[in-house]
Design a protein around this ligand. Structure first.
Ligand SMILES: Nc1ncnc2c1ncn2[C@@H]1O[C@H](COP(=O)(O)OP(=O)(O)OP(=O)(O)O)[C@@H](O)[C@H]1O
Ligand SMILES: [Mg+2]
Length: 267
């Protein structure tokens, strides 16, 4: 066994949909506090991996242990997504899932209240615990908006936010659940160069200042190479390489996987 302090231990995970094998005997370990990036061509299995780590998909084979080296170690496979979230695993989605008709503040508050005992239903029914929780969740939501630098957008409808702000709002909402690890699925997709820089700085602050481990799926190689301490490369559902940014950039199997993918696109 390892004596490293891990946040995730993924062992021999295989996930199939009918004849399609989305993940093929995948083993990945992430250290606590690490920024680990998962890269790979389209369809490689990156989002499927996130769905397994958050309890959305149930792999047919293998195990996923969250905080395996702590006393609060739990097995993810077979656990409902809301329970996985409560245990400390938060995520953002490849395509935005905001409540467009709600304000920035209200969207973050939903994230914060997902964590509370009374929950959104209790809040609606004004159950006794709610007044105290309400005050707490308002304060926490304002704090999070400040952290992601969206205070000036507090009352803006999510629908009318510029793209970069929207991406940061999704992150704020995920942080509302007080996670130990944050899974980001292509957070920079669709953003412009200056928004990318802001995102990169936000992701490293989440890691350094809040002590949250980061698992990052991203196609923008410049961003990935500047942020990740280590990378895992998936291709056709399997891990084809792992290592430091430099090792990955020089790895012939990785170069081949990406060249192959770009040739397919050109055809
Ligand atoms: N719910 C599902 N039902 C059937 N097939 C699925 C399902 N989810 C994923 N797959 C398949 O699994 C494979 C991997 O998809 P996945 O979305 O994980 O790739 P990805 O690496 O995230 O790609 P991208 O970079 O395009 O987001 C694809 O062949 C996809 O069609
Ligand atoms: Mg994906």
């Amino acid at each position: 066994m390892t004596d490293r302090d891990l946040i995730f231990d993924v062992k021999n995970v295989t996930l199939r949909f009918g004849g399609v094998t989305s993940l093929d005997d995948v083993s990945i370990q992430q250290e606590r506090g690490e920024i680990l990036s998962v890269i790979g061509p389209n369809g490689a299995g990156k989002t499927s991996l996130f769905n397994c780590l958050t309890g959305v998909y149930q792999p047919q084979e293998g195990s996923i242990t969250f905080r395996p080296t702590s006393t609060q170690s739990i097995s993810i496979v077979g656990r409902q997504p809301h329970r996985v979230s409560r245990a400390g695993v938060a995520r953002t989605f490849q395509t935005s899932r905001m409540f467009n008709a709600l304000t920035t503040f209200e969207n973050v508050k939903i994230g914060v209240e997902a964590r509370q005992k009374t929950g959104p239903i209790g809040a609606m029914l004004k159950l006794p615990r709610t007044r105290h929780e309400e005050k707490h969740s308002d304060e926490r939501s304002h704090e999070l908006l400040e952290f992601v630098k969206l205070t000036h957008r507090t009352n803006t409808l999510a629908d009318s936010l510029p793209y970069g702000d929207r991406r940061r709002l999704e992150i704020a909402r995920a942080l509302g659940t007080n996670p130990k690890v944050l899974l980001l699925d292509e957070p920079a997709a669709g953003t412009n160069p200056s928004e990318k820089l802001e995102l990169a700085s936000l992701i490293s602050r989440i890691n350094a200042e809040l002590g949250i481990s980061i698992l990052l799926i991203e196609h923008d190689m410049k961003l990935v190479m500047s942020l990740a301490q280590r990378l895992v490369v998936l291709n056709f559902g399997g891990v084809i390489a792992e290592g430091s940014p430099q090792e990955i950039q020089e790895n012939p199997r990785v170069i081949e996987a990406y060249l192959g993918a770009s040739e397919e696109v050109e055809q």
